[in-house]
Design a protein around this ligand. Structure first.
Ligand code: NAD
Length: 384
């Protein structure tokens, strides 16, 4: 095989975005051969490729070697499983599933087809602002991580955004709110950089700023096995909002804010310094370094290229799909802890959360009025 025939299932904002760069030839050795949407109007401009109104028909058509699943969240699992069973490679949009139990089902299906490539669209992992933080941690420059704070409250969304899709911000259509949708990239990045916490206590406000039935304002406390602590704060109702990511280690502090990455380095490990110091108010000397961060040119296309290279050449995946379960678990556990008003230990009980979600769906009295928004620049939603 010299090139990969790709099909996109779900041609809304994100599916169209993937189609545009694929048709523009931005991913060598990838050929868009089929698209699918349950909204026929979204397919009118795709004359040169095969068109389907049902994802499973596209998967079984023989027209594709691989699919990109860019539908609402719940369908990621059913379509992903159908693709694996048909011998088709899968790149799934975030979140890999709407909840952890579904993610386990998707991963179990992949396990039966180990030769198929399974990637997840977490493009932050290709971006220098995060890869440089990863390097600082992995090289031991930061020392042992002791505290993490991420305030990510610049996800401002209007009522028109929530009204733009029937699935959005509903338990039945989306499975969660700001945590599962907007913050999934940050939650993936967090666990990728510092691993999963051991326990979580969430405080989530449901429909605080919008007429929605899911969370849109959250404050979360996390604790890691080694005693490191973390606070994660997010909102879609606040503006101008803040995006400040701060990681403290025993050898210094790294801050990513306003497009700047700053590393303040301690000239000694703070714990060792504290033990050895002979006076009470002494501190290690510090030096401040501004770490240059190049703009990521086309992170989605870069990850797609990696997926294509993995299929054709066996290159290692930058984001194996299986790793997507962690951000789903974090989004779920943060919400679950809030709903049951208790601290929850990880790994969380996926069946207990699924039961809670089913109950929320069954009890829902929410009536959604859909008003489509047209002509808006969707790429403004990408977090730069
Ligand atoms: N990686 C990123 O940067 C990024 C950014 C935005 C959205 N996303 C993800 O992309 C996915 C889609 O989000 P969106 O904003 O494009 O939503 P959207 O509502 O704009 O589009 C979803 C599309 O899927 C179609 N659809 C629904 N069910 C389907 C089915 N069973 N088969 C085929 N098509 C179906 C709908 O008709 C709609 O056109 C979500 O999982 C979202 O989290 C990822």
């Amino acid at each position: 095989m010299n090139s990969v025939r790709l099909g996109i299932i779900g041609m809304g904002n994100m599916g169209k975005f993937h189609a545009d760069y694929l048709l523009a030839g931005k991913v060598p050795r990838a050929e868009l051969t089929a698209v699918c949407s349950t909204s026929p109007a979204k397919l009118e401009s795709y004359k040169a490729v095969q068109i389907f109104d049902d994802g499973e028909k596209l998967i079984r058509s023989g027209a594709v070697d691989a699919v990109i699943i860019a539908t609402p969240h719940y369908q990621h699992t059913s379509l992903g499983i159908a693709a694996f069973e048909a011998g088709v490679h899968v790149m799934v949009e975030k979140p890999i599933s709407a909840h952890k139990a579904d993610a386990e089902r998707l991963i179990a299906a992949r396990r039966k087809h180990p030769k198929l490539v399974f990637g997840a669209m977490f493009q932050f992992r290709t971006e220098p602002r995060y890869t440089k933080i990863q390097r600082l941690i992995q090289d031991g420059e930061l020392g042992d991580v002791v505290r993490i704070n991420w305030i990510i409250t610049d996800w401002f969304r209007t009522e028109a955004y929530y009204a733009s899709g029937g699935w959005r911000a509903t338990w039945k259509g989306e499975g969660g709110g700001v945590l599962l949708n907007q913050c999934l990239h940050q939650l993936d990045t967090l666990q990728w950089l510092v691993g999963m916490p051991a326990r979580v206590r969430g405080f989530c406000q449901i429909g605080r700023f919008h007429n929605i039935e899911v969370e849109d304002n959250v404050s979360i406390f996390m604790e890691w096995k080694n005693g490191a602590t973390g606070v994660f704060v997010s909102s879609t109702g606040e503006t101008p909002g803040t995006n400040r990511f701060e990681i403290v280690g025993t050898r210094g502090k790294v801050v990513l804010e306003n497009g700047k990455l700053t590393f303040t380095r301690n000239d000694a490990d703070m714990i060792e310094f504290s033990k050895a110091a002979k006076t009470g108010f002494a501190k290690p000397e510090t030096t401040e370094e501004n770490i240059p961060i190049e703009n990521a040119e086309a992170p989605h296309a870069a990850l797609m290229q990696n997926f294509v290279d993995a299929i054709l050449d066996g290159s290692p995946l930058m984001v194996p799909g299986e790793e997507g379960i962690h951000s789903v678990e974090l989004a779920n556990v943060m919400l679950y802890s809030s709903l049951i008003q208790q601290t929850v230990e990880l790994p969380m009980d996926s069946a207990a959360f699924e039961k809670k979600l089913q109950q929320l769906i069954a009890d829902s009295k929410f009536q959604k009025k859909v008003v489509e928004v047209s002509g808006e620049d969707f790429t403004k939603s990408f977090h730069r």
